[in-house]
Design a protein around this ligand. Structure first.
Ligand code: DGL
Length: 269
């Protein structure tokens, strides 16, 4: 039987946090993962440039890889390019956007931090989510490009200095002693969750979108009549594509989220 495949894309390894959740839920799926390192990072780029890049990637990759579902596993890209992406393909496209709604429900103190890239912090999309779902909460936004780099480093070297992670998060906490919930609104950040918990044990809820996305992917596959329960997952070999060979990740770091995989290149002009 043909194994259904899902295309997951991000600027780097952040989308692996989403991939891990998808594979936990649907282990027999084939994943084609694209780390768009040639355009990394997305968080500091102008909106139009991201829209063009994402649509170009989807056009190129969906034609050759023929996924059943596409996941833009990046808040920075989804908050600006989702509508354009859906216009250029008939394949269902799932976007990852800040989990503000569940965070507002979980928080007991009503003080919520949103940790994201600078791009996501400034997006109209993010501010509309806050107006719609966290109107009664105190919301503190904090953008960090450095944390994205630290997450990349962690997967390149197998570890990262927790003190550097702490430094990047301090501005979020300095004037907000009652904050009990933080939204990880960049897919790179769940990769640093151990370091976050270690540095700020007082935070009760670190909220990300991973499991919600996995369940959405599963229901979109089911809606296409794809039976993922009867595929032998032991045979699965996923693909980790890069658009530039600029970073080398450790095999164990990639395997932790992607399972068995092979590496490949996608060249875009
Ligand atoms: N992983 C991406 C996100 O979820 C952003 C990383 C970047 O700046 O490229 O926002």
């Amino acid at each position: 039987m043909v194994v259904p495949s899902v295309l997951v894309l991000d600027s780097g390894v952040g989308g692996l946090s989403i991939t891990g959740e998808i594979l936990t839920r649907c282990p027999a799926l084939h994943i084609d993962y694209i780390a768009d390192l040639a355009a990394f990072p997305y968080g500091t780029k102008p909106e139009m440039q991201i829209v063009e890049r994402i649509t170009q990637l989807i056009e190129h990759a969906s034609g050759t890889l023929r996924p059943a579902v596409i996941v833009i596993a990046c808040n920075t890209a989804s908050t600006v390019a989702l509508t354009a992406a859906r216009k250029i393909t008939a394949i269902p496209v799932v976007g990852v956007v800040p989990a503000i709604k569940p965070a507002a429900k979980l928080s007991k103190t009503g003080v919520i931090g949103i940790l994201a890239t600078e791009g996501t912090v400034n997006r109209t999309y993010t501010h509309n989510l806050i107006k719609e779902f966290a109107r009664d909460s105190t919301v503190i936004l904090h953008g960090s490009a450095k944390l994205v780099e630290l997450a990349e480093e962690k997967l390149q070297h197998g570890s990262v200095n927790p003190r550097l992670v702490r430094q990047e998060l301090l501005p979020l906490f300095t004037h907000n002693p009652h904050m009990d919930t933080v939204v990880l609104a960049c897919t790179h950040f769940p990769l640093l969750k151990d370091e976050f918990i270690q540095n700020f044990p007082e935070i009760r809820f670190w909220v990300d979108s991973g499991s919600a996305i996995a369940s959405r992917v599963e229901s979109l596959l089911n809606a296409q009549g794809l039976d993922i329960a009867n595929v032998n997952s032991a045979l699965q070999l996923n693909t980790f594509f890069v658009t530039s060979p600029q970073a080398r990740y450790t095999q164990a770091s990639l395997e932790r989220y992607l399972g068995r995989f092979r590496e490949d290149f996608i060249f875009l002009v």
